[in-house]
Design a protein around this ligand. Structure first.
Ligand code: ZN
Length: 149
């Protein structure tokens, strides 16, 4: 890990990678998505439940990988639970922007997630940080397909 990552990043990352929130099986979830990032070896299995309007009711994850992917998954589940589908996708877009673009004007709704802004300097790490969010995007797509059929 490089020293130019700031303190916030280190603290949030360590805290969540050591004690991930919403980590565990959730067999009764309606949607299960497996995503991986072969360049780092990260794996995420996301278990999601949405209500009929598309609100994120519950998210749990299992899997293994580097501290960044695990911490990102942990924080993502905390941030997205209870949000409408539209809010969740907005946050996904904001997060993607945070980790891929120049700093500045981070939306306040990101909260602690701004800690991940440090990965933008490390393209390989961006994939780690985005992995759980890509899994969520797939889960949401799947929910949409199920609910429109
Ligand atoms: Zn990784």
């Amino acid at each position: 890990m490089s020293d130019d990552l700031d303190e916030l990043y280190q603290t949030v990352l360590l805290e969540h990678s050591k004690r991930p929130r919403n980590f565990g099986e959730f067999p009764e979830a309606t949607i299960h998505v497996d995503a991986d990032n072969p360049s780092c070896g990260d794996e995420i299995h996301l278990h999601a439940d949405f209500d009929p309007e598309g609100k994120v009711v519950k998210l749990q994850f299992t899997g293994q990988g580097c501290a960044i992917s695990q911490a990102s998954a942990s924080l993502m589940t905390l941030k997205l639970q209870g949000r409408s589908g539209a809010e969740a996708l907005q946050m996904l877009g904001d997060f993607r922007q945070l980790v891929t673009q120049e700093p500045g004007n981070e939306p306040e709704t990101l909260g602690d997630l701004v800690a991940f802004g440090g990965v933008r300097k490390f393209p390989q790490r961006v994939k780690c940080a985005m992995l759980p969010w890509r899994a969520f995007e797939q889960a949401h797509d799947e929910w949409q397909r199920n609910s429109s059929s």
